[in-house]
Design a protein around this ligand. Sequence first.
Ligand SMILES: [Cu+2]
Length: 136
Amino acid sequence: MQTKPATIHTTTLTRASTATLAAGAIIALWLASAPVQAQQGHDAHHGHGAPAAAAKAADAAQFAPSEGEVKRLDKAGKRVTIAHGPLENLGMPPMTMAFEVEDAAVVDALKVGDRIRFIAGKEGRRYTARDVEVVQ
Ligand SMILES: [Cu+2]
């Protein structure tokens, strides 16, 4: 008569471990996809406890602001040429290069020689500057 309850107990244990394994697999998948989400800038909208904290750290590195000096303005092309310092988030050394901005108004708000802080990004083969602000 004691054999039957013992069998049930074992089955329950097995089910519990399977559930734990499944949950682990889901977290592993979520972590694997996190860097992709960070590049697309969607991480800020997620809130998943500990994994979200890890993603937030990745976000900070991805979106660390860079500094530079405005060298050339191209309003029609919505491009700003910047002599930039090291772009740690893109692994790029200091150099002068053109960045695309979202809006011609960003170009309008700048003058050649302005020292700026901005968030450098890369979309495909294009380099972008977001959140551009003049440093006083
Ligand atoms: Cu560069």
